[in-house]
Write a protein that binds this ligand. Structure first.
Ligand SMILES: Cc1cc2nc3c(=O)[nH]c(=O)nc-3n(C[C@H](O)[C@H](O)[C@H](O)COP(=O)(O)OP(=O)(O)OC[C@H]3O[C@@H](n4cnc5c(N)ncnc54)[C@H](O)[C@@H]3O)c2cc1C
Length: 473
């Protein structure tokens, strides 16, 4: 069994370390930020300082795929989220019956367990902390890589890390889980290696989000899906733990006129315009409007032109790839990636470093890269669509995939079978091809969705939205 260092105790670093320790590896997690101050949801939410995770108090929802993976692989994390007040949610219990057609056999695949991000992370940390074979060292910043003799051409072979203060920690394998701002590419270069392949650009989106608490112990009824699209923006309405919930507007960071949504009164006035979302603003606010922009899409590969650029090191979760998060896939993709690494280490040990890096690259490409690419494609189209809204035009593209995505969303508002297909795609339970494979389903989607209005859920047009923001601000 191997000595493994996991860099970063975020959502994915914690579950990766726990999975690896369950297989008998000895795992040390290095995390620059301090632990949660106490283990109750209130303290965790209000007092945990996490400068290492920009999105720490932003909207989060755990998809049914994440719940299914956790139930199979790390049941204790789900139990801990629930113990901290996490919400059990199934959209087919939440949505109106005229949308769902009532609960059906098989709908339990849409079950999930979710919470505000700090509570989710506290749960994963508590489970890691009590897992035999995991040790978490907090307040430790990794500043560089320790390398030994190269084993593949000139690629540095990582044998450990350097931490602040200059001490070194050795390991058989280093797993980078330092998140979307991971410094690992620069560290590989500083160690004399070729820079990993990297694709990065600003995703172009901005989030204006708030969290609320119930005043009567119930959460708002869902009148639409969790993510709804409208002229110029999308809206997320997300159930969370302890009778709290999050609501957010997602739009183009270039849209200066919508920057008024930073203002609480303007934000509330805007929300009131959307019949399927307005009532999510009727709780006790527990945050002001929290804004996050400059969210990068970034993807890395450590095998370049067929050759590893580094050995002894792999990256998981956001440190490998991250996108605009409105589809809420980061933790689910991270968990899939962590399981893939755990499984690979059952076959290939870190003392076969070249094979390990090559095989992990192949497995990453076949399991999680397609999800990254699909998410990116959705985001690009949606951002272009919003850009067209801003200029009063209709977005046109020759990509038949986008037309089908739009038709599926529109048809899901009218047909319970299509709604289930749509939900299985957005829950990451099926690919679009799998979801639409049932006989007659594509026909229904085209009949109900192909000529639907661009935005099938009622909401204001751009002029009405801007005027409400200006009037309130
Ligand atoms: C606005 C927003 C909303 C999101 N909503 C959702 C959602 O609804 N559902 C979902 O599944 N995902 C969502 N995500 C994505 C999700 O937050 C990430 O996928 C997830 O946090 C990634 O976990 P991670 O462990 O890979 O990285 P992180 O959680 O970013 O953790 C990285 C850790 O590494 C530490 N670190 C960094 N550098 C060093 C260093 N040099 N030394 C030591 N430690 C270091 C950091 O302090 C941090 O703790 C959202 C993201 C954003 C931006």
């Amino acid at each position: 069994m191997a000595e493994i260092l996991v860099l970063g105790a975020g959502l994915n670093g914690l579950v990766t370390a726990t999975l690896l320790a369950h297989d008998g590896h000895s795992v040390t997690i290095l995390e620059r930020d301090q632990a949660a101050p106490g283990n109750d949801a209130q303290n965790v939410w209000q007092r945990w300082q996490r400068p290492g995770v920009n999105q720490f108090r932003q909207l989060h929802f755990m998809l049914p795929r994440w719940r299914a993976l956790m139930q199979h692989e790390l049941r204790a994390v789900l139990d801990q989220v629930i113990a901290l007040g996490g919400a059990r949610v199934n959209v087919f219990d939440e949505l109106p019956r005229d949308l769902t057609g009532g609960r059906r056999d098989g709908d339990d695949r849409f079950d999930t367990v979710t919470a505000r991000r700090p509570i989710l992370e506290a749960a994963a940390a508590a489970v890691a902390q009590r897992t035999h074979g995991v040790s978490i060292r907090r307040g430790v910043t990794v500043t560089g890589l320790l390398t030994g003799r190269s084993l593949v051409g000139a690629a540095p072979h990582v044998t450990g890390v350097v931490i602040d203060g200059g001490a070194v920690l050795r390991a058989d394998l280093v797993v980078d889980a330092t998140g979307r701002r991971s410094p690992i590419a620069a560290m590989v270069e500083s160690a004399g290696g070729r820079r990993p392949h990297e694709e990065r650009e600003d995703s172009g989106f901005v989030y204006y989000a708030r969290h609320f608490r119930s005043t009567d112990g119930s959460r708002p009824a869902a009148l639409g899906t969790l993510l709804q699209h409208f002229d110029s923006l999308s809206i997320l309405t997300l159930p969370c733990d302890n009778d709290t919930w999050g609501v957010g507007f997602i739009t183009s960071a270039r849209d200066k006129q919508l920057r008024g949504l930073r203002d609480t009164s303007a934000w509330m006035a805007a929300l009131r315009l959307y019949p399927t979302a307005a009532h999510w603003g009727e709780g006790e606010p527990i945050t002001d409007v929290q804004v996050i922009a400059g969210i990068e899409d970034r993807y890395r590969r450590f095998v370049v032109d067929g050759e590893p650029v580094v050995t002894g090191l792999v990256a998981v979760g956001d440190a490998w790839a991250c996108t605009n998060p409105s589809l809420g896939r980061g933790a689910s993709i991270g968990m899939l990636h962590a399981c893939a690494l755990r499984d690979l280490l059952r076959d290939v040990s870190p003392d076969q470093p070249e094979k390990l890096v090559r095989r992990f690259d192949e497995i990453t490409e076949s399991t999680v890269t397609p999800l990254y690419r699909m998410t990116l494609a959705f985001d690009r189209h949606r951002l272009n669509e919003i850009a067209a809204d801003v200029t009063g035009q209709t977005y046109r593209t020759s990509d038949a995939g986008w037309a089908m995505t739009k038709a599926l969303y529109a048809a899901a508002q009218h047909d319970p079978d299509v709604l289930r297909a749509y939900m299985s795609v957005v829950s990451m339970l099926s690919t679009p091809q799998e979801a639409l494979a049932a006989p007659g389903l594509v026909g229904k989607v085209l009949t109900l969705g192909a000529n639907a209005p661009q935005y099938p859920v009622p909401g204001p047009n751009r002029a009405e939205l801007l005027s409400a923001i200006v009037a309130a601000g």
